[in-house]
Every structure is written in structure tokens, then in C-alpha cells.
Design a protein around this ligand. Structure first.
Ligand SMILES: C[C@@]1(CC(=O)O)C2=NC(=C\c3[nH]c(c(CCC(=O)O)c3CC(=O)O)Cc3[nH]c(c(CC(=O)O)c3CCC(=O)O)/C=C3\N/C(=C\2)[C@@H](CCC(=O)O)[C@]3(C)CC(=O)O)/[C@H]1CCC(=O)O
Ligand SMILES: NC(=O)c1ccc[n+]([C@@H]2O[C@H](COP(=O)([O-])OP(=O)(O)OC[C@H]3O[C@@H](n4cnc5c(N)ncnc54)[C@H](O)[C@@H]3O)[C@@H](O)[C@H]2O)c1
Length: 208
């Protein structure tokens, strides 16, 4: 079984071997997360080339060599050459995590399809069974969790902070946290006021 986690890879080194369609998709996702990306490939897509020319990624225009892996936290082998992808896996140190774009079974990690609404992230994996289904499920989730969820998540984050700071009783705290997670708070109208009232009541109950 795979162990799902959300990695903070801001400013961390990631090496992508290969410079075509699949490599590009992975690179764009890595850049969104703020990673420092190096691409190793004799050729690049025009979009990757633009990113290299503007210094957003670094580019080694060479075929893969073992030395390229040095210092990388994550490694993605996305060439169309099976032997090269397998060599990357073999050459990586035990503490480096490798994704092989053509081999889910040999990969230390697989990249899921992702649906994002501000602070809400839903990652969908089919363990390699059907990436297309993963993508489809994400589109369905976009319908279920509309754009209003972005501000709702911000509301939840700030309310939770206030609750944690102001309420000491664990039962009261949990009750409040459960209340604001109720569907009725998704709609923006008056939710701040409703929450302020609930918090005030909880604090005064605690004090009495
Ligand atoms: C989710 C997504 C994330 C991303 O890549 O960023 C992703 N693949 C996406 C799209 C996609 N991939 C493929 C097609 C063409 C249709 C098809 O063939 O099915 C499409 C559709 C398209 O392009 O629209 C083909 C394909 N994919 C893999 C192989 C190799 C193999 O299975 O052996 C082959 C066959 C190659 C061949 O031989 O032709 C392998 C993997 N692809 C994964 C992830 C991992 C498993 C995730 C999971 O199962 O949930 C895994 C195991 C490894 C990995 O890459 O980590 C991204 C959706 C982005 C989005 O959500 O917008
Ligand atoms: N994981 C996924 O989501 C997914 C999706 C589709 C395809 N695939 C698989 O991913 C691989 C790449 O697919 P693609 O369509 O991007 O490939 P492609 O055939 O369009 O391009 C291959 C890329 O690899 C580079 N390359 C080849 N040999 C190299 C080497 N020795 N060193 C460095 N770079 C090298 C080339 O310069 C080129 O940029 C294929 O094996 C394909 O089966 C994976």
C-alpha cells in the first residue's frame, strides 16, 4: 500500500530527467509547490525552454548521467527510454525518492491527480490503474466543491485559530469546530457574525 502525504518542497532540489510532455506536466506541478527544478534532457518542449531561458528552471542539455542526481530530494524519470529510467532508479541513493513515469510498481512515489480550492487539496490516485479516471474524479469533485470553498476554507482556518486561542474546555472546543464544519457555513452570508456569536456564547458558558 502507498502512504499518501503532502510534501513541503519549497526551495528543495528536484531533478526531472526528460523534457517532453510528461516531464513538462511534472515540472509545472513542482514549480507550483515552489521547488527548485533541474531538467536533464537533450531536448525541451517550447514551454520548458521558455522556463529555462527565463531562469525559472535550470537545464542541463545532456543525456542522463548519474552525477545529475546529487543533492536532489525527489527525482522524476520521464524519458521515453526504459533503460534510462531504470538506471535512474538504480543510481539513486536510498534516501532519494524516485518516480518512474513508465513504471508505477518501481516508483517510490506516484503523482496523483489534484483538485485545489485554496487551502483545500484533494489528491486522487488509482495506483496506476487509470490516470484518466483519477482526472475524471477530480473534475467531478470540482463540481461538488465549488469556488465558494476557497473563502470557506479561509473562514475555517481563521475561526479555528480563534477557537483554539479562546476556548479551553475540550468538549466545547470540539463542538464549535464541528459546528463551523456544517454545510450551512459554506454560504458566505452572515457566517462571520454567526460564528462570533457562537464563540461569545461558548466563552461566557465556560466562565460561568
Ligand atoms: C494524475 C497524473 C498526474 C501527473 O502526471 O501529473 C498522472 N497521469 C496523468 C495523466 C495521464 N497519464 C497517462 C495518460 C494517457 C492515458 C492512459 O494511458 O491512461 C494521461 C491522461 C492525460 O494525459 O490527460 C498515461 C500513463 N500514465 C502512467 C503511465 C505508465 C504506466 O502506467 O505504466 C502511462 C501510460 C504511458 C504509455 O505507455 O503510453 C503512469 C502514471 N501516471 C500517473 C499520474 C501516476 C498514477 C496516478 C494514478 O493512477 O492515479 C503514474 C503511475 C506515475 C506517475 O506519473 O506518477 C496525470 C493527470 C493530470 C491531471 O489530473 O490533469
Ligand atoms: N506518468 C505519466 O503520466 C505518463 C503519461 C504518458 C506517458 N508516460 C510515459 O512517460 C514517458 C515519457 O513520455 P513523453 O510523451 O513525455 O515522452 P517523449 O517520447 O515525447 O519524449 C521523451 C523525452 O525524453 C528525453 N530523453 C530521451 N532519452 C533521454 C536520456 N537518455 N536522458 C535524458 N533525456 C532523455 C527526450 O529528450 C524527450 O524530451 C514514456 O515512457 C511514456 O510511456 C507517462
Amino acid at each position: 500500500m502507498l502512504y499518501p502525504i503532502n510534501l513541503r518542497i519549497h526551495e528543495r532540489n528536484v531533478v526531472v530527467i526528460g523534457g517532453s510532455k510528461v516531464a513538462q506536466r511534472k515540472v509545472l506541478g513542482l514549480l507550483d509547490a515552489g521547488a527548485k527544478v533541474k531538467v536533464v534532457s537533450p531536448e525541451l518542449t517550447s514551454e520548458l525552454l521558455r522556463l529555462a531561458e527565463t531562469g525559472v528552471i535550470s537545464w542541463h542539455p545532456e543525456p542522463y548521467a548519474k552525477e545529475e542526481l546529487q543533492g536532489a530530494l525527489l527525482i522524476i524519470a520521464a524519458t521515453n527510454d526504459r533503460e534510462t529510467n531504470l538506471a535512474v532508479k538504480r543510481d539513486a541513493a536510498p534516501n532519494q525518492l524516485v518516480n518512474l513515469a513508465d513504471d508505477p510498481e518501481e516508483s517510490d512515489f506516484q503523482v496523483p491527480s489534484v483538485m485545489k480550492r485554496g487551502k483545500l487539496t484533494v489528491a486522487v490516485s488509482t495506483s496506476g490503474a487509470s490516470p484518466i479516471l483519477a482526472k475524471k474524479i477530480c473534475s467531478q469533485l470540482e463540481q461538488t466543491f465549488g469556488e465558494q470553498y476557497e473563502s470557506y476554507l479561509d473562514f475555517l482556518a481563521s475561526s479555528r485559530k480563534q477557537i483554539k486561542g479562546a476556548v479551553k474546555d475540550e468538549t466545547v472546543k470540539r463542538k464549535l469546530l464541528r459546528t463551523i464544519a456544517d454545510e450551512s457555513f459554506v454560504k458566505e452570508a452572515y457566517r462571520e457574525e454567526r460564528f462570533a456569536r457562537l464563540l461569545e456564547e461558548a466563552i461566557s458558558e465556560e466562565g460561568s
